[in-house]
Design a protein around this ligand. Structure first.
Ligand SMILES: *[C@@H]1O[C@H](CO)[C@@H](O)[C@H](O)[C@H]1NC(C)=O
Ligand SMILES: *[C@@H]1O[C@H](CO)[C@@H](O)[C@H](O)[C@H]1NC(C)=O
Ligand SMILES: *[C@@H]1O[C@H](CO)[C@@H](O)[C@H](O)[C@H]1NC(C)=O
Ligand SMILES: *[C@@H]1O[C@H](CO)[C@@H](O)[C@H](O)[C@H]1NC(C)=O
Ligand SMILES: *[C@@H]1O[C@H](CO)[C@@H](O)[C@H](O)[C@H]1NC(C)=O
Length: 488
């Protein structure tokens, strides 16, 4: 029987489902993720060795670049963002950090301090996935940042559940080619993968800490979602390895938290088909066929299996698969609705953010180059392991805090995928599964294993803080404090 790698078919289907929701041209985080997975079947698939076999561990490919940073912090300070609301009580910075002067490669960041006690609160780095999607457009402007964009595409409103309530947050557009980040060597856009993304992000951090020296010894956490399920553990591992070298600044890495994270191809795919069937999105017939013909342990799919997965995906219809109960966006530009609400996520937000970040005065205020900004771009992908569970295991062994969280209404990297992935570790349970609470409602569920905490966020989709901002803030505040989310 003819076999095919099990992962090639999804992007087309995703594209099909999204046709009404978003223009189907590589504009969304998970769409880029599935394009990548499909690429494994191409004539020139990305290298799939484990992370340390790629040499990612030592970052010893080229010596670390550290550029002069004096005065750049003040230059990066944002006076105010166009259309920002009254009473902004925290400092904002944005600008470029050169990571490779020879290639002319620079990464763009947006940094928001906490309104209160910023000098003692931890430093958090946030990364969106894709690969190829922007942490500024998604993370900062639609999820956990201090502002969201109004439907006019020109003004901002405050997100009172922003994560800078409890930390100082860096949003990094990574790798070069994403958002405002760029390279003067255009081949850099085609020849990028997990390895260079981690190395450049590490170089960024070291230089950023020179620019903001008051943060050098601060407790540091890395967070992210979706394909950042690769970026975050790989960057954490790069930091820990480099910390071991005596001649380099040690970054005070305390923990990582990854949401709806793509961390293992086989278990994640099995999780998708189980999720859509148990959530009444696909038929008994297609599910039975998948059960019978798909072998999720070898990673090979027979043609019969492929047919049943097509059938199952086709049965879903036109819904937002990132949040299966959410409304769709039915317009394609800024609307007459004048103000947004943090508690009622607008499914058309992508359009408002794109309008806003392409305003000349906004780019100027952000110290960004004049650029046609897009939420996601097509960056080439040369290397990516099929699993990063071994890397996560090494992080667990290092003693840093490892949290895997999941918005439980996401159908793309669903809660089942995360559970199957974690279950491969076969870890002893330290604190049994229990509900956690926010505002006298169950905010989600949590189980603490020896080495990893798994937390769900009830009623949240792939972009957890977009749909459940209060619950997301409660969850991340607990993570940063080193406690489990509140039991009552
Ligand atoms: C890229 O090239 C432009 C134009 O020469 C230059 O101004 C800029 O500094 C270069 N970027 C980097 C990161 O070297
Ligand atoms: C976040 O901080 C602001 C003050 O800067 C406050 O108004 C708001 O209530 C806080 N939000 C939460 C959820 O604690
Ligand atoms: C750092 O060094 C310690 C002690 O030699 C070692 O156990 C650990 O594996 C190293 N960590 C990394 C990430 O290389
Ligand atoms: C997962 O898939 C890969 C191929 O992508 C395969 O080599 C591997 O054996 C599979 N199974 C497990 C349990 O990782
Ligand atoms: C898969 O589906 C196609 C068309 O839907 C059909 O022609 C083909 O015979 C099917 N293959 C198998 C192995 O069932």
């Amino acid at each position: 029987m003819k076999v095919a790698p099990l992962t090639w078919l999804l992007p087309l289907l995703l594209c099909y489902q999204l046709a009404l929701l978003l223009q189907c041209s590589g504009t969304t985080e998970t769409e880029n993720l599935y394009r990548l997975i499909k690429s494994r079947r191409s004539a020139n698939p990305p290298r799939s060795e484990l992370w340390d076999e790629l040499g990612g561990r030592d970052g010893n490919a080229s010596p670390l670049y550290i550029g002069p940073q004096d005065g750049l912090m003040q230059d990066d300070k944002i006076e105010s963002l166009p259309g920002q609301p009254q009473g902004v009580n925290f400092d904002q910075y944005a600008g470029y950090v050169t990571v490779d002067p020879k290639a002319g490669r620079a990464l763009f960041y947006y940094f928001v301090e906490s309104p209160e006690d910023s000098s003692t609160k931890p430093l958090v780095l946030w990364l969106n996935g894709g690969p190829g999607c922007s942490s500024l457009g998604y993370g900062a402007m639609e999820e956990l940042g201090p502002f969201r964009v109004n439907p006019d595409g020109k003004t901002l409103f405050r997100n009172e559940y922003a994560w800078n309530n409890v930390s100082n947050v860096i949003f990094l557009e990574s790798p070069a080619g994403v958002g405002f980040s760029y390279s003067n060597t255009s081949s850099d856009y085609a020849n990028v993968g997990d390895k260079r993304t981690a190395e450049d992000s590490y170089t960024f951090l070291i230089n950023w800490l020179e620019r903001f020296p008051q943060y050098k010894t601060r407790d540091f956490f890395i967070t992210g979602e979706s394909y950042a399920g690769h970026y975050v553990p790989q960057l954490a591992y790069t930091i820990l390895s480099n910390n071991n070298k005596t001649n380099q600044i040690a970054i005070n890495l305390k923990g990582i938290a990854i949401g709806n994270a793509w961390i293992d191809d086989n278990t994640s795919l099995k999780g998708i088909y189980d999720y859509i069937w148990t959530h009444a999105l696909s038929s008994d017939e297609s599910y039975a066929g998948i059960q019978k013909y798909c072998d999720f342990t070898t990673g090979k799919f027979s043609t019969k299996c492929v047919n049943y997965t097509y059938q199952a995906e086709g049965e879903i219809g036109e819904i937002d698969i990132y949040n299966i109960y959410a409304p769709l966006c039915h317009s394609s530009g800024p609307t007459s609705r004048s103000v947004g609400s943090v508690n009622d996520f607008d499914p058309c937000s992508d359009y408002y953010v794109e309008s806003y970040l392409n305003l000349a005065e906004v780019q100027k205020a952000l110290h960004a180059r004049n650029t046609k900004w897009a939420a996601c771009s097509r960056v080439g992908w040369t290397d990516r392991p099929t699993t990063i569970l071994p890397t996560i295991k090494q992080l667990m062994a290092s003693g840093i805090s490892v949290w895997i969280y999941s918005g439980d209404t996401d159908g793309r990297v669903p809660v089942t995928s995360s559970r199957y992935s974690i279950n491969t570790f076969k870890l002893p349970v330290k604190t049994a599964w229990r509900p956690w609470y926010y505002n006298k409602e169950v905010g989600g569920y949590v189980v603490e294993y020896k080495g990893v905490v798994f937390a769900t966020v009830r009623g949240a989709g792939h972009l957890v803080p977009s749909y459940q901002p209060g619950r997301a803030l409660t969850m991340i505040a607990s993570f940063l404090q080193g406690t489990l989310p509140p039991p009552s």
